[in-house]
Design a binder for this molecule. Structure first.
Ligand code: GLN
Length: 490
């Protein structure tokens, strides 16, 4: 390690340009940590934590004005496990308010810029964590992924991002957005670092009844890299299916959605490069289709907003959140606190969630979305095998698909509209609906910006995904933005 002063000035210079951190520890604390002797498996490594994950005494704003001054009374299990291994927290990172968004521009606190091009977004909602890793300020960071919030910013910033199997990592200490879809995961500079961090934070936790250990029949996390069959999802077929539905139903919104699902040229180019490179590494590629995927986004937003409307009820300024100076009565108090404290995107989703859960309408929206969700899971299980490891002859070991139809977008007139951003969640939200692990990784740089793809696997088959991506990284080392320096031993 170079001198703490050298790192601190590097860190300051980058942070002034990208704004990844909502709270960064003091220079003196960072310098002291950097000088500490080696202990534990994650010796001396600093890490960043998305600001919707609890760390005792640090801010827990969730990117919201309502919680900007809130400090957590306890620490999330995933964070504690890392600290137990000798890693230390350097700060809390920016995010879209409560994890709702794809750019981090929905943060009420600040903007985060992409280290590759500061006029562009870092992606979201874990944009601060992704930017901090991509700029070399930390070797890894924790994020949360409800519908793509780790993988999409990882792809935008050119790093690795793991959304683990649902339940593989404890959610204790993660501020809930959509509990049945989300989990804590890892953003890292290298595949092997990502694997090591995941290995540290996974496992059953008595504080989270939905957490569980990998079944004995699942492939080991550190297993031999066997030859694998990779299913390749045809992105075009999905965009076509949505366009056909738009035509049949004469729905203009569906037409916009079909347009948004189309890959931009550079991403299509990256997809082709990834296929070519994986084939050259000896993987067998087969074409696969997931017919139900065309309904993925509507199902995701129905379920996510329904759960969000219930989860966010606690932010009423009585239990949590900034309390208004004056109110007529308790209802008025809650009204004032939420009107003033929550951003437009959050309000939109709470309204949508209460709409789909209205008495008498649940059949039409919520239950229908749950049926689509079951269909998507069955489609994936038919290809990859089931979560209980009863089906022993799956057709493929992993599925390769894009992360997002575009590279990091800018904020100018060509920026993606909020509706198009949601429609573009198609490729990420299916892993959350099915509860499956997915690992995003940079496959190439096109026009000066990184392009990411993801491999999606059977429940608890993270080891298989890491093996594939590690082989890719060895043959095609991951790129870095200009001005990047690596301070962290592998
Ligand atoms: N873009 C998705 C959304 O806005 C994903 C968010 C997430 O994974 N937290 O809901």
């Amino acid at each position: 390690m170079t001198s703490p002063e050298e790192f601190l000035s590097y860190c300051k210079e980058w942070e002034a340009k990208i704004g990844a951190f909502i709270e960064l520890k003091d220079d003196a604390v960072i310098a002291a940590e950097l000088k500490q002797a080696d202990t534990g498996a994650l010796r001396r490594l600093p890490f960043a934590v998305k600001d919707n994950i609890a760390v005792k005494d640090l801010v827990l704003s969730c990117g919201s004005k309502l919680l900007a001054a809130f400090r957590s009374p306890y620490t999330a299990t995933a964070v504690r496990k890392l600290e137990d291994q000798g890693a230390w927290i350097i700060g809390k990172t920016n995010l879209d308010e409560f994890g709702m968004g794809s750019s981090t521009d929905n943060s009420a606190i600040q903007r985060t810029n992409n280290p590759w091009d500061q006029s562009r977004v870092s992606g979201g909602s874990s944009g601060g964590s992704a930017a901090a890793v991509a700029a070399g300020l930390v070797p890894f960071a924790l994020g949360s992924d409800t519908g793509g919030s780790i993988r999409q910013p990882a792809a935008f910033c050119g790093i690795v991002g793991l959304k683990p199997t649902y339940g593989a990592v404890s959610r204790f200490g993660l501020v809930a957005y959509a509990s049945s879809l989300e989990g804590i995961g890892v953003l890292a500079d290298t595949t092997e670092r990502c694997r090591q961090v995941f290995n540290t934070i996974r496992g059953k936790d008595p504080m989270d009844e939905t957490s569980l250990a990998a079944p004995p029949a699942a492939p080991p996390l550190y297993g031999k890299a066997d030859p694998a069959v990779i299913g390749v999802l045809s992105a075009e077929s999905i965009a076509k299916a949505i366009a056909a539905a738009a035509h049949d139903e004469g729905d203009a919104n569906l037409e916009v959605a079909a347009q948004a699902a189309l890959l931009e040229d550079e991403v299509r180019c990256g997809f082709e490069t990834a296929k070519k490179n994986l084939a050259a590494l000896g993987y067998t590629l087969v074409d696969v289709e997931i017919p139900s995927l065309k309904y993925g986004v509507p199902a995701y937003y129905t379920i996510a907003t329904a759960e969000a409307s219930a989860n966010l009820a606690r932010f009423d300024s009585i239990r949590y959140g900034k309390r208004p100076d004056w109110a007529e009565n308790p209802d008025d108090l809650i009204d004032k606190a939420r009107s003033d404290g929550l951003g437009d995107e959050v309000k939109l989703r709470i309204l949508l969630g209460t709409f789909v859960l209205r008495a008498g309408f649940q059949d039409r929206y919520y239950l229908r979305a749950q049926r689509i969700r079951a269909g998507i899971r069955r489609n994936f299980e038919a290809l990859l095998g089931d979560a209980d490891y009863n089906n022993t002859a799956p057709q493929c070991d992993a599925i390769l698909l894009p992360v997002f139809p575009t590279r990091a977008f800018d904020r100018g007139p060509s920026a993606l509209s909020p509706f198009a951003q949601k429609a573009a969640d198609l490729y990420t939200c299916c892993a959350n609906l099915a509860g499956l692990p997915a690992l995003a990784f940079p496959v190439s740089v096109e026009g000066g910006l990184p392009v990411g793809m993801q491999v999606l696997g059977r429940a608890f088959a993270e080891g298989t995904l890491f093996n594939i991506v590690n082989a890719y990284e060895k043959a095609h080392p991951f790129p870095h933005p200009s001005g990047y320096r690596s301070f962290w031993p592998a």
